[in-house]
Write a protein that binds this ligand. Structure first.
Ligand code: MSP
Length: 536
């Protein structure tokens, strides 16, 4: 049997200086929805996430907590793994950069870099932002100082926090040699960076000229040692970016690992926040070019979650000091996990910054989930149970060919939805599904099954109405599954269709006609009880 096509998708690996938060959960759920969607469409998915454990920032966090860096990282791993489990993240692998497989791969990379001729020893004298783990040149810093009128302390041009002066021996990666090749990459693969407006940002950065990159540090030691020069440890980003290849066997000399690498690499998607696109769209492809490896197909950069200030209506950066930070648990308590996933995935446009608020969460939850989707399911299942003796109606021969308004909307629905899902356009994909949900709710009103049920002569008509409703629900459950896996599984189970839950052919599953007639239905509890008022 032919092997399924591979779909390899990754989240950024998260720094362990702080617990997972709404932002990191957002990147992770974006990937999870895509991973689930691809599994339902015949791909053999590898969905990778993990933790970025080296570097000064993590070392400082450990010190602050009176632990060794390794102890600190070990103490944080359960927090990440635990939240991902709670949020129904279906990752196939969880990589930690302190693992032996990563140490091995990074040291292997050093040797390849040395052979490539794009590595040289020098000394770095410039600025470093520890919270961002990024180098800045004198010019960048001065320019930013002029703009922001800072005196005395120099501040990071990106995050505004104090910079550190670094003067140390260092290995450099000749990034400057890749300007033309990178521009050619962007020309030849305009969808390498998505959405397209991010590509313009990346391109103009590269057009402005590239500086060689310091890729080793000698002033501290929480990093992977450079194999041929033990005084040096690997710069945290040089280490971190490689995680994507480590996880699929890079640098391992066994037939299994080589086969895995050939099957999985290049990755289809690296999903990252807009803050780290330069690392993924400039440095990472240049590293891969230097060592002669294939480049990832797409880097998808999402925006930042901002908290909507209810007074001004504007989005503000979330931070503990502003007192507007929202913890994942607060949202889970209010919306439940499935409501949480649905809200962030369908009300925030993935490429753009999104202004989020508890009142908007309540609005979306009540309108889409309680009043529309949840209500439709409970009405239809209740009526089926009530009018058909606890069962779905018996299906008449050729029922699926009978014209009706819901069937019309359901025609080609999976294909319309897939056009958006393929490009992470989750808001539009949700709209395609909700069109059928809304139409089905209207259909209940228009066809008034409670009246039809009073007339025994109209029994056939009643069966048709309920059948059409249940069939629409079945299809919507399949299409909503990547967003709300538990709810969809529950809906299918209540209709005695548990065997359809893990389909790997969503297009077939969504064809009109997959309902089972004359089988037990379970009314069950309300899927999304209405929220009375904003939780906060
Ligand atoms: N360790 C690096 C990534 C290395 S990948 C090879 C890193 N880690 S991080 O912990 O800072 O996580 C960064 C990612 O978290 C961002 O790229 C973004 O995906 C996500 N977010 C952090 N704050 C966010 C928001 N407020 N909103 C949305 N996502 C944000 O950078």
């Amino acid at each position: 049997m032919a092997q399924k096509p591979s779909f390899f998708i990754t989240t950024p690996i998260y720094y362990v200086n702080a617990a997972p938060h709404l932002g990191t959960a957002y990147s992770t759920i974006l990937c999870d929805v895509q991973a689930r969607y691809r599994r339902a469409n015949g791909y053999n998915v590898k969905f990778l996430t993990g933790m970025d454990e080296h570097g000064e920032k993590v070392e400082e966090a450990a010190e602050k907590h009176g632990m060794t860096p390794q102890e600190w990282c070990d103490s944080q791993a359960p927090l990440f793994k635990g939240l991902w489990k709670t949020l129904e993240i279906s990752n196939d692998d969880f990589i930690r950069t302190t693992e032996q497989r990563q140490v091995h791969a990074v040291q292997y990379l050093w040797e390849r870099m040395k052979e490539s001729g794009y590595l040289y020893k020098g000394s770095y004298d410039g600025w470093y932002c520890v919270p961002e783990e990024t180098y800045f040149t004198e010019t960048q810093v001065t320019k930013s100082d002029e703009e922001h009128h800072t005196e005395g302390q120099h501040l990071c041009p990106d995050c505004g926090r104090p910079l550190e002066r670094v003067q140390e021996e260092s290995y450099f990666f000749k990034l400057s040699a890749f300007q033309d090749r990178l521009l050619k990459l962007y020309d030849e693969h305009p969808d390498f960076v998505q959405p397209d407006f991010r590509m313009n940002e990346v391109r103009s950065f590269v057009e402005g000229g590239l500086q060689d990159l310091s890729v080793s540090r000698t002033s501290f030691d929480w990093g992977i040692p450079v194999p041929f020069d033990s005084k040096h440890v690997t710069y945290v980003w040089f280490d971190a970016l490689l995680n994507y290849m480590t996880a699929v066997g890079y640098g391992v000399d066994t037939p299994e690992a080589k086969a895995e690498l050939a099957y999985r690499w290049p990755a289809q998607y690296h999903v990252v926040g807009k803050d780290i696109i330069r690392f993924h769209c400039v440095i990472w492809p240049a590293m891969l070019m230097a060592i002669g490896e294939a480049l990832p197909e797409h880097v998808f950069a999402h925006g930042f979650l901002m908290v909507r200030n209810e007074k001004t209506g504007k989005g503000e950066k979330m931070s503990k000091s502003r007192g507007n930070a929202i913890a994942p648990q607060d949202v889970i308590d209010m919306l439940g996990v499935e409501g949480y996933r649905y809200y962030f995935m369908t009300d925030v446009t993935p490429g753009e910054d999104g202004a989020i608020s508890f009142s908007r969460m309540e609005q979306v939850y009540n309108a889409d989930l309680a009043n529309s989707w949840g209500n439709l399911v409970s009405r239809a299942l209740n009526m089926s149970a009530k009018y058909f003796d606890g069962k779905t109606p018996q299906l008449a021969e050729g029922w699926q060919d009978k014209p009706n308004p819901l069937r019309d909307i359901a025609q080609g629905i999976q294909q319309r939805y897939a056009q958006h899902m393929d490009h992470m356009e989750y808001v539009q994909a949700k709209d395609v599904v909700m069109e059928l949900v809304h139409a089905a709710n209207h259909y209940v009103e228009d066809s008034a099954p409670w009246t039809v049920a009073k007339d025994p002569a109209r029994a056939g008509e009643l069966a048709d109405i309920i059948t059409n409703l249940l069939e629409s629900i079945r299809i919507c459950a399949h299409l909503l599954a990547p967003f709300m896996p538990q709810t969809s599984a529950e809906v299918l189970r209540r209709m005695n269709l548990a065997d359809q839950v893990d389909t790997d052919d969503q297009a077939v599953a969504c064809q009109w006609g997959g309902l089972r007639g004359g089988v037990d239905v379970q009314k069950g509890d309300a899927l999304f009880p209405r929220l009375a008022k904003a939780g906060k």
